[in-house]
Design a protein. Structure first.
Length: 326
């Protein structure tokens, strides 16, 4: 396997609140490899989006990166100045946000959004050349060039999301962080959007961190899956074996709660309980209050994310107790 494009080690993001500090991301370690689609999944509030924002150093007060490192192409982003980060954002790391209507400036035309992105990082380029590049780009994304001078509100939700992809592709970013990119789309437009994203990933060799709680999306798109629960990474594996045989009890419960039309007559399983309060997380394994397999050690000691099979890492005492799950 090639060297990782992004290497995250012991990343911790803390938010200060009136009730005390909250760890939204707690000592997470993760690698992202060139050309792959890594799906990051988990329930709402588990820290997925915060991790994506930390990669761009966009965590704002009262949040902060408290510890850890984020190595991108050999450089630790945590130690860079704000000016150095500006040269990376958009040019080498881009983000597709959840709701394009709130991410695009309603007072700017689509052409302004894209040409501004290009000219910020390529000031030597003429505005005419930047506009031509913008026109070619949105045409590639299936939007007619004469819509370039429209405002965001004049476009459909699917078209606005395509513009967001265009902003990410304008400078051929090395890493694209797609944060719940289909949240505002209906099911038909969502399918078209995912087909387009897969096509672009194949044609341009994009590296994508796909953040979502929609298991169906990662089943379509992802090469590998990382599963988060209560600010912790609990399982990391190639997509196909993880779907075929999830190891962590949380991953098992997550997949079992997804409706499956092939299981006619089967009862939809419900995960009991709720995610913990991150101000006062449970001792030991954070999933143990909801886990049907929990035993005494689970409530006392926190399991590390360790390799239990080649290319597969799980944070669960169950596999040590059962001989690595065999």
């Amino acid at each position: 396997m090639s060297e990782p494009l992004v290497s995250i080690r012991d990343l911790t993001v803390v938010y200060s609140t009136r009730r005390g500090p909250t760890r939204a991301v707690d000592r997470v370690s993760l690698d992202i490899y060139p050309g792959e689609v890594l799906g990051l999944v988990g329930e709402s509030g588990c820290g997925k989006s915060t991790l994506g924002m930390a990669l761009l150093r966009l965590v704002r007060h009262p949040g902060r990166i408290a510890e850890g490192e984020i190595r991108f192409d050999g450089r630790d982003l945590v130690t860079l100045s704000e000016e150095e980060m500006r040269t990376l954002r958009g040019a080498r790391i881009s983000m597709i946000f959840q709701d394009p209507m709130t991410s695009l400036n309603p007072l700017q035309r689509i052409s302004d959004h894209i040409t501004e992105t290009i000219l910020t990082h390529k000031p030597e380029m003429s505005r005419k050349a930047a506009r031509e590049q913008a026109a070619a780009l949105i045409d590639r994304l299936g939007i007619m060039a004469d819509r370039l001078d429209d405002y965001p509100h004049q476009l459909s939700g699917g078209m606005r999301q395509r513009v967001m992809i265009g902003l990410a592709l304008a400078l051929r970013a090395d890493l694209i962080i797609a944060d719940e990119p289909t949240t505002s789309l209906d099911v038909i437009v969502e399918a078209q959007f995912l087909d387009l994203l897969k096509e672009l990933q194949r044609d341009f060799g994009l590296t994508i961190l796909l953040i979502t709680h929609n298991i169906g999306i990662v089943a379509q798109m992802a090469d590998r899956l990382a599963v988060m629960y209560a600010a912790k990474m609990v399982e990391l594996a190639d997509a196909e074996p993880l779907f075929e045989r999830p190891l962590h009890p949380y991953t098992q419960a997550l997949l079992a709660s997804v409706p499956n039309i092939r299981l006619v007559g089967d009862t939809l399983k419900i995960m009991q309980g709720s995610p913990p309060d991150l101000l006062q997380p449970p001792s030991g394994c954070r999933f143990h209050p909801r886990c049907p397999y929990a035993f005494e050690r689970c409530s006392v000691e926190e399991p590390a994310l360790v390799e239990v099979e080649p290319g597969r890492r799980v944070a669960c005492w169950l596999y040590e107790a059962m001989g690595n799950g065999q």
